[in-house]
Ligand binder design. Structure first.
Ligand SMILES: [Ca+2]
Ligand SMILES: [Ca+2]
Ligand SMILES: [Ca+2]
Length: 685
């Protein structure tokens, strides 16, 4: 209600706009434009939904009611979705010109409900539990709430009625940021069945206790999410085309540019190409970065490595995807006789090898040239016009032969040379050559050639710049990992010696950070190595158990600006590997920590963070390239709980546009495949 006039917030953007000359538009980020004005030189300006001096919203809902008033300024309510699907409702007053001191006054009155107590959030795994695993629900309570003495586990019988299968005491864990946490341990129940938890008046949705609950945890990700993110391919599923073949016109050499999305091209190109010259052969293979469509080279390197790790240790033979590089065609749910993971390794390698061969080193990224393409939502094939950019034509003009246009929409390759990225690529190419041998021998040989060349050249470049910090050593153990991969690929002793020379010192300085690489080496090393690693694994086991005291959920919870799923998954993978190689030190009970967290046992809500995984209640919305539909791409993994200072965790399920809590990335989702594969590997033992 605004000044007594009643209205409803519109379900969809349907209010009015006008256009104005671009000259009246405030300057946008670095002078870029978020819109394509189609040559009109005018921008779109939405009209307010309402104006007035007092607005009261949601007076029918005491928990959401809020009133805002201003006597000395006009309140203007806008629908931000008129300009962008991620727009919010905006209430604003324009500041008067030339006034200082107290300029305008707003009175904001949120409604308060005396004695309000939040409903308990009962955290449990929406996947369910295998019979012999620990089963502990973590119940998040308002600090004003009085904990119940007991909770019950209810079993749904075949006749549809429920019976109490177990009644147990509630144990207090204590306060963690905003809430009080108690636990309900029902590990003793191991009879397969359909269950729910009854805590006071709160009843959860149902879940399974069954031997096979983990069997399908990676299928949505490998069968659906990953193939949909294959770049430079037409991707189809049943009646639906997910996207046509993107970027047919290829990639231009980026000119010197301080760009967006953290991309930058230095003063020189570091290549044989002139600015805006076509670099041949880059429009092949590779995976979309995340909710956007660029190829982040660092992420794509991780992706190939993730697939290789899953392949080498677990050899998943699953074949549900048809991939034809020749036809540039992918079809979901159509087997073609080749394990999908091998095809994904090949697809990732094809783009990265093209970069190494055509550019001579790794590009930092292949990305949009104009900002109004970057926010594209919809079919990736329609981001650019598919025609080569020809500056001699006018914008939107097409050449007579239909092959060129004057629209400067071709993607750019950012090619500033970064030896640490070349090092990472060298590591990945070594592993790729091993994985692809016997499947695509030509690509395997090319990968090994590039691995050796890039490693050599990067080493020399590093030597020439001794004054610079070497981020690859500090952040990703690049040298250790490269040496290990090269040893695994070539069996040459020099690589093994270099690896062994460095690994123990790295473990001494940081056991949790280095443990994954140390475990990755186990299959390639001897018994003496495995024995020497033992005491470090004991230390790592203490590190795992330490999380029980740090927070109620027993996993490393990130408090940064991007919710911490990658750190949680890394932790889970290392725990799984530690159990696989050292089951007598790291017990099987530890491997469920991360699974519980991912599938629903976490703060804020109890929905599974993996789209469609967790039969009863996965999250409804994710930040993917279909986010404008308030939807998701199956198999996506949300970053999870975003921490907001001073004490708030959140993960919106009715608003997909907050990337920090809802965006799945290609590196993160393929990391999830390793997590899931290794967890299934543990189960199969
Ligand atoms: Ca990106
Ligand atoms: Ca296949
Ligand atoms: Ca074009």
């Amino acid at each position: 209600m605004m000044d007594g006039r009643l209205n409803r917030f519109p379900r969809y953007a349907t209010s009015q706009t006008v256009t104005r000359p671009n000259a009246e538009k405030p300057r946008q980020f670095k002078g870029f434009k978020t819109y394509d004005d189609r040559g009109t030189d005018r921008f779109v300006d939405p009209c307010p939904l309402e104006t007035g001096h007092k607005i009261t919203m949601a007076m029918d809902a005491p928990d959401r009611m809020i009133s805002i008033s201003s006597d000395d300024s006009e309140l203007q309510l806008y629908d931000g979705r008129m300009l962008a699907q991620n727009g919010w409702f905006v209430l604003r007053s324009e500041l008067p010109k030339g006034k200082i001191g107290k300029v305008i006054t707003w009175i904001v009155e949120p409604n308060a409900i005396p004695g309000w107590i939040r409903e308990p959030n009962i955290g449990f795994s929406q996947i369910g539990y295998v019979p012999n695993q620990p089963k502990v629900a973590v119940i998040e309570l308002d600090k004003q709430d009085k904990p119940q003495a007991t909770a019950s586990l209810m079993r749904i019988k075949e006749d549809g009625n429920a019976e109490e299968a177990f009644k147990g005491d509630i144990k207090t864990w204590g306060n963690y940021f905003k809430y009080n946490y108690v636990k309900f341990d029902f590990s003793s129940v191991n009879k397969p069945g359909i269950y729910y938890i009854q805590y006071g008046n709160t009843k959860t949705n149902n879940f399974l206790i069954d031997e096979r609950v983990y069997d399908k945890i990676t299928d949505a990700t490998t069968d659906v999410w990953v193939p949909i993110h294959m770049n430079h391919m037409y991707v189809t599923e049943g009646y639906r085309t997910w996207h046509g073949e993107p970027f047919k016109e290829g990639y231009l050499q980026a000119p010197p540019s301080d760009h967006f999305d953290l991309h930058r091209q230095g003063e020189t190109t570091d290549t044989k190409y002139k600015p805006l010259e076509l670099i041949p052969g880059l429009n092949v293979g590779g995976f979309f970065d995340a909710g956007d469509f660029d190829i982040e080279t660092g992420s794509n390197i991780n992706v190939v490595q993730n697939f290789i790790r899953a392949w080498e240790l677990f050899k998943p033979q699953r074949d549900e995807t048809f991939v034809s590089q020749q036809q540039r065609y992918v079809e979901l749910h159509r087997p073609d006789g080749v394990p999908d993971i091998l095809q994904f390794i090949e697809h990732g390698t094809l783009n990265l090898i093209a970069q190494a061969e055509q550019i001579g080193h790794m590009a930092s990224t292949l990305s949009n040239s104009v900002l109004d393409n970057y926010h594209h939502l919809g079919d990736a094939a329609s981001i650019t016009d598919g025609l080569h950019y020809d500056p001699s034509l006018k914008p939107y003009e097409v050449s007579a032969d239909g092959k060129r246009s004057g629209t400067p929409d071709d993607m750019w390759a950012f090619t500033t040379r970064n030896p640490s990225l070349d090092f990472q690529a060298a590591t990945m190419f070594a592993a790729a050559s091993r994985a692809l041998t016997g499947y695509n021998d030509d690509l395997a040989a090319r990968a090994l050639t590039q691995s050796k060349r890039l490693r050599q050249e990067a080493t020399e470049l590093m030597k020439k710049r001794p004054q610079r910090p070497r981020p690859y050593e500090r952040f990703n153990n690049g040298d250790l990992s490269t040496n290990l991969q090269l040893f695994a690929a070539t069996k040459e002793k020099q690589y093994r010696d270099s690896y062994e020379k460095a690994i123990w010192a790295a473990l001494d300085s940081n056991v949790s950070f280095t443990m994954q690489i140390a475990l990755d080496a186990v299959p390639y090393m001897d018994e003496a190595y495995k024995k020497k690693l033992r005491p470090y694994v004991v230390k790592f086991n203490d590190y795992i158990k330490g999380f029980d005291k740090e927070n109620p959920y027993g996993v490393p919870i990130g408090l940064g600006n991007w919710a911490g799923v990658n750190a949680v998954l890394s932790f889970g993978i290392t725990v799984n590997y530690a159990n696989i190689y050292y089951p007598e030190i790291v017990s099987k009970d530890e491997v469920y920590r991360v699974a519980n967290w991912l599938y629903g046992c976490h703060p804020y809500h109890n929905y599974s963070f993996v789209a469609v995984v967790g039969a009863t209640r996965p999250k409804q919305v994710f930040y993917g390239n279909n986010r404008a539909d308030f939807s998701f791409i199956p198999g996506n993994v949300a970053p999870g709980l975003l921490f907001r200072k001073p004490d708030h965790f959140e993960n919106f399920d009715d608003w997909p546009f907050l990337w920090g809590q809802n965006e799945g990335t290609i590196a993160g989702n393929t990391q999830y495949i390793i997590f899931g594969s290794s967890l299934k590997g543990v189960m199969g033992k």
